[in-house]
Design a protein around this ligand. Structure first.
Ligand SMILES: Cc1cc2nc3c(=O)[nH]c(=O)nc-3n(C[C@H](O)[C@H](O)[C@H](O)COP(=O)(O)OP(=O)(O)OC[C@H]3O[C@@H](n4cnc5c(N)ncnc54)[C@H](O)[C@@H]3O)c2cc1C
Ligand code: FES
Length: 279
C-alpha cells in the first residue's frame, strides 16, 4: 500500500507528496527514480526520488503537472493510495570527493538536483548551487538548497527574483572569475542541459546530465528510452539516467521526447483515441 502521508504545493503546478514505500526508502540513492502508476488505469511515469526516510519508510516525489498522469497524481488526496510504485530504478549518481561541484537545476529539475547536491556535500565537496526558473513563483526548495550548498545562485528568466537571466549566465560568470570547478551536474529542460554542456566543453570540465527520455517499462526491455551517447545506443532507464553531457545527442533526445505528442494532447483533452500509449 502506497498511501499519501503528506502533500504540499511548492509552486503553481508543482506538488510534493510523501508516500509510504518502505522497501524503496531502504534502498534509495541520489540520482535514482521510481515508476509511478497513479490509478489502476494509469500509465507508467518516471519520477525522481526527491527524498527518502528509511526510518519512516517514506519517499518524497516532486512533480510538475504537465499532462494526464501528473494531473491525476496531483488530484490524489491525503490518505489516498497510489496504485503502484516501482523502484528504486536507474544508476545512482557517482558521489565522490572530487573538490568543487556545481549543481544546476532548472524548472522542476530543482527538485531533482537537491538530493544530488546534498550527497556531494555530505561527501566533503564544495558545492555551488545554481537554480533557475521562469519567474519568482516557480522557485522552490531555495532554503533547502541554501542550507546544503556553500554558495547558492538563483536566476529567473523575467528578473522577478534573483539574477535576471539563465543559469548558464551564472556558470559563465564563475568561469570568468576563474573559479576552479571539477564537476558540473545539470538537470532540467533539455535545451538547458545542452547549453550547460556547450559552456563546459571548451574548458573540459566533467559534465553530468540527468536525462529525461520517455520511459515505458523502465527495465531495459522496451527500448522507449533509447538515447545516443558518444555514438552508441544506451537505455536511459538502466544505463542512466545520468550521462556524460559532452557526448549526449541532445537533438535526437528532443525529437524523441515529441514521439507521443499527438496521443498526449489527445489524452489531455480526454478525447477518444485509437492509439493511446499504454501504461
Ligand atoms: C528518469 C526521469 C525522471 C523524472 N523525474 C521527474 C520529476 O522528478 N518530476 C517531474 O515533474 N517530472 C519528472 N520526469 C518527467 C515526467 O516523467 C513527465 O513529466 C511525465 O511522465 C509526464 O506525464 P503526463 O502524462 O503528465 O504528461 P504527458 O502529456 O503524457 O506528457 C508531457 C511530456 O512529458 C514527457 N513524458 C510523457 N510521458 C513520459 C514517460 N512515460 N516518461 C518520460 N517522460 C514522459 C514528454 O516529454 C511529454 O511531452 C522525469 C522523467 C524521467 C525520464
Ligand atoms: S523504458 Fe523501456 S528500455 Fe528503458
Amino acid at each position: 500500500m502506497h498511501s499519501i502521508r503528506s502533500k504540499k504545493i511548492l509552486a503553481p503546478g508543482i506538488n510534493e507528496i510523501e508516500i509510504d514505500a518502505f522497501e524503496i526508502a531502504q534502498k534509495a540513492k541520489a540520482g535514482q527514480f521510481v515508476i509511478v502508476i497513479a490509478d489502476e488505469k494509469g500509465e507508467r511515469i518516471p519520477l525522481t526520488l526527491a527524498g527518502w526516510n528509511p526510518k519512516n519508510g517514506t519517499i518524497k516525489l516532486i512533480f510538475q503537472e504537465v499532462g494526464h498522469s501528473t494531473k491525476t497524481l496531483a488530484q490524489l488526496k491525503l490518505g489516498d493510495n497510489i496504485h503502484a510504485i516501482l523502484g528504486p530504478l536507474g544508476k545512482p549518481t557517482e558521489i565522490k570527493n572530487v573538490g568543487t561541484v556545481v549543481c544546476i537545476g532548472g524548472g522542476v529539475g530543482i527538485a531533482e538536483v537537491y538530493p544530488v547536491s546534498r550527497a556531494f556535500k555530505n561527501e566533503g565537496n564544495e558545492v555551488i548551487g545554481i537554480i533557475g526558473s521562469r519567474s519568482k513563483d516557480l522557485i522552490f526548495l531555495e532554503k533547502e538548497m541554501k542550507d546544503t550548498c556553500d554558495q547558492l545562485y538563483v536566476t529567473t528568466d523575467d528578473g522577478s527574483y534573483g539574477q535576471k537571466g539563465l543559469v548558464t549566465e551564472v556558470l559563465n560568470k564563475l568561469f570568468q572569475a576563474h573559479k576552479h570547478i571539477d564537476v558540473v551536474y545539470a538537470i532540467g529542460p533539455v535545451p538547458m542541459m545542452a547549453a550547460v554542456a556547450e559552456y563546459t566543453r571548451p574548458l573540459k570540465i566533467k559534465t553530468i546530465v540527468n536525462l529525461n527520455p520517455i520511459m515505458v517499462d523502465a527495465t531495459g526491455m522496451c527500448g522507449a528510452c533509447r538515447v545516443t551517447v558518444g555514438g552508441k545506443t544506451y537505455f536511459g532507464c538502466v544505463d542512466g539516467p545520468e550521462f556524460d553531457g559532452h557526448l549526449v545527442d541532445f537533438k535526437e533526445l528532443r525529437s524523441r521526447l515529441n514521439l507521443f505528442k499527438e496521443q498526449e494532447e489527445c489524452l489531455n483533452k480526454r478525447c477518444p483515441s485509437k492509439n493511446l500509449k499504454n501504461g
